[in-house]
Design a protein. Structure first.
Ligand code: OAD
Length: 243
């Protein structure tokens, strides 16, 4: 699939001229790095039940099972490298003073690509948090030597991610809302935009007068709201728009 030249040029001009840009990314931006997305025919939630693996109740019931799944995901992510879509966003950050990158991804590929300020709405798969003493630590070992891992205090460590039914980290959410409310352009890349509250952000931006640009492999619920919608792979589309 390719972009119509006139639309591409228009959006390139919008990106060049904008004093502030906010970007929301989802699993689709890391798909070309080899990390499975959640929804769709090959999505993780087709093979696994979120209720068994990504809720506080699931972890309380069977921490070993939950950790085995996260350990497997960590190993997939550890083998992955940022793709041209992640790299294009680094370029955009370097050229736009009022730039904010908001992600629902826990894979850390934006950091690895070189993005400097990443607002992580759903946490970070490389951090572990003690359920007993609250200590948060970074641990990139793959596989983890002990499953489920334990804190020095003896408490059970959990993945430092947000599970279904949990609140988002307040500081990250506040920063995301502020960026959405104040940007001139809001770019949405590779998200099905069905998980709230993250999915509110594009609408918030649009209501505040921002132009909405969407890049996705297929149309989503956001597509009718978008000022520009590009259907295709993020790793091909984004570099064309941000060169
Ligand atoms: P989804 O799996 O719901 O959606 C991925 C989106 O990316 C879909 O709309 C695909 O069409 C699109 N896509 C796939 N490959 C693409 C590519 N190469 N280029 C562009 N688009 C592509 O993932 P998210 O929207 O990120 O939450 O899911 C949101 C949240 O639901 C996740 O953060 C996770 C999940 O359950 C938690 O774990 C709390």
């Amino acid at each position: 699939m390719s972009i119509q030249p006139s639309k591409t040029e228009e959006v390139r001009e919008e990106l060049r001229a904008a004093s502030s840009i906010a970007v929301l990314t989802g699993a689709g931006i890391s798909e070309e790095s080899g990390i499975p997305v959640f929804r769709g025919s090959d999505g993780l939630w087709k093979q696994y039940r979120a209720e068994d693996l990504a809720t506080p109740e699931a972890f309380a019931r069977d921490p070993r099972l939950v950790w085995e799944w996260y350990d497997w995901r960590r190993s997939r992510i550890a083998a992955a490298r940022p793709n041209p879509a992640h790299e294009a966003l680094v370029l955009l950050e370097n050229h736009c003073p009022g730039f904010a990158l908001i992600t629902q991804n826990v894979d850390g590929l934006h950091d690895l690509a070189g993005s400097r300020h990443v607002i992580k709405l759903h946490g970070d798969i490389w951090t572990l948090r003690c359920q007993h003493c609250g200590t948060v630590k970074s641990d990139r070992r793959v596989p983890l030597p002990e499953i489920p891992p334990r804190c020095a205090c003896g408490g059970l460590l959990r993945p430092g991610v947000v599970w279904f039914g949990e609140a988002l980290p307040p500081a990250a959410w506040q920063a995301a809302v502020q960026a959405a409310e104040s940007c001139a352009l809001f770019l949405v890349v590779g998200t099905s935009a069905v998980v709230y509250p993250a999915a509110e952000l594009p609408m918030l931006a649009k209501h505040r007068g921002a132009k909405l640009i969407e890049i996705n492999f297929e149309p989503t619920a956001l597509t009718p709201l978008a000022d520009y919608s590009f259907v295709g792979k993020a790793g091909e589309m984004l570099p064309q728009l941000v060169s």
